[in-house]
Design a protein around this ligand. Structure first.
Ligand SMILES: Nc1ncnc2c1ncn2[C@@H]1O[C@H](COP(=O)(O)OP(=O)(O)O)[C@@H](O)[C@H]1O
Ligand SMILES: [Mg+2]
Length: 226
């Protein structure tokens, strides 16, 4: 589902060294992989490459059968709308939109869901993560855990094949973090969504199928969990 071969990335070769060095990684469809590594080790850069947000690197990234660097912009945006969803540490909800509007908002930029079905699909996504009762609320009236559930509803709205979660529990207390983790595990198990979860939390990482460790831009270890 995801295959990275000899990825080499430097934002500014003059100013600093490479951020990713000879990164090789293969993730199967339906896998749940945790990425562990210190701040600055290159985790977000790695996710941005897999998500097609960054195409300025050496090496190849093939995701869902597509070699991202070779794609036309139009096909790439289609890939981003249909195949991939992101969840972020800071939720990235729009404060002037209600929760339901936040969930549905990206759909208006794509052609994945017919307009007439957007409302119902948004509701379904919110029900799935147990946040439908907050549909009409604004994000700033919600707890961190609730906000992240809205963000997950937005992420699953388009029924992505791959979910890229970048420290999604980093701003949450441990109970809310566990709840969010349970949602990812369920999406993986029941819907077969391939999940890549960046985390600092060894305990959460141990719930994934596999842990990939990254240090200083290098993949330094992989282990299967129990
Ligand atoms: N847009 C950017 N421009 C220049 N340097 C960047 C940029 N984004 C990240 N970096 C640098 O790349 C390195 C890896 O960053 P990042 O991938 O965000 O790591 P992590 O997510 O593991 O904390 C860091 O040294 C960071 O300062
Ligand atoms: Mg990061």
């Amino acid at each position: 589902m995801i295959r990275l071969t000899a990825i080499h990335k430097a934002y500014d070769p003059q100013a600093s060294g490479p951020v990713l060095r000879d990164a090789n990684l293969a993730i199967a469809s339906g896998e749940f992989v945790a990425i562990l590594g210190k701040s600055g080790s290159g985790k977000t850069t790695l996710l941005n490459i897999i998500g097609g947000l960054d195409r300025d690197y050496a090496g190849t990234a093939v995701v869902d059968g597509l070699e991202l660097k070779r794609m036309k912009d139009r096909d790439l945006s289609r890939f981003r709308n249909r195949t991939i969803s992101f969840v972020f540490q800071t939720f990235n909800l729009l404060p002037h939109l209600s929760c339901a509007e936040n969930v549905a908002y990206p759909a208006y930029f794509g052609d994945v869901v017919p307009r007439s079905e957007i409302g119902a699909r948004a509701r379904e996504a919110m029900e799935r993560v147990g946040i439908a009762h907050k549909s009409q609320a604004y994000p700033n009236t919600l707890s961190g855990g609730e906000r992240q559930r809205v963000a997950i509803a937005r992420a699953i709205f388009q029924r992505p094949k791959i979910l890229l979660a970048d420290e999604p529990t980093g701003n949450l207390d441990s109970a809310s973090g566990q709840h969010v983790m349970n949602l990812f595990l369920e999406l993986n198990r029941k819907d077969g969504v391939t999940v890549m979860l960046v985390t600092h939390d060894e305990h959460l990482a141990a719930l994934a199928h596999r842990i990939v460790r990254i240090a200083d831009g290098r993949i330094v270890g992989e282990e299967k969990t129990a």
